[in-house]
Design a protein around this ligand. Sequence first.
Ligand code: HEM
Length: 127
Amino acid sequence: MDEILRIDDPFVATRRVTTCPVSRGGIQVPEGQRVVLSWTSANRDEEVFGDPDRFDPEGNVGKNLVYGTGPHVCPGRPLATLELCVAVEETMATFADIALDPDLRPERSITPIGGFSSVPVVLVPAR
Ligand code: HEM
């Protein structure tokens, strides 16, 4: 589940203020500077993941930043993972097939929310 979220991160960015001078990627950032951490960009960094669209849950598990890192790492991770697993398991148990609705287009969310706001699907009930 985390690898799907890595490829299309729902949590786009976080703001911070630097507490000391820092250098990243050849850029010097002074203390007290407002910065934006882009989780979407970090989770698609080619230097870390190679092809960012490649689905590799086991290979990328230690590099995945979907739930953040450090002292503010997401405390809701176990609940979010449980909810997502239950939703997928119950959908698969209830329906024989699921496919994109050929007549309606999925809609992307607008920043600061990532992912999709709407994905119309056709559900085929199990017999
Ligand atoms: C797919 C679902 C979720 C994603 C992708 C996600 C992602 C994140 C990320 C990246 C952070 C770090 C933000 C930062 O560093 O400033 C964060 C923090 C946080 N998340 Fe989540 N989260 C999810 C679900 C949840 C849920 C279900 C809860 C609560 C029930 C939750 C509660 C929190 C809280 C309270 C923080 C702030 C922690 C702190 O600042 O110390 N999250 N989340």
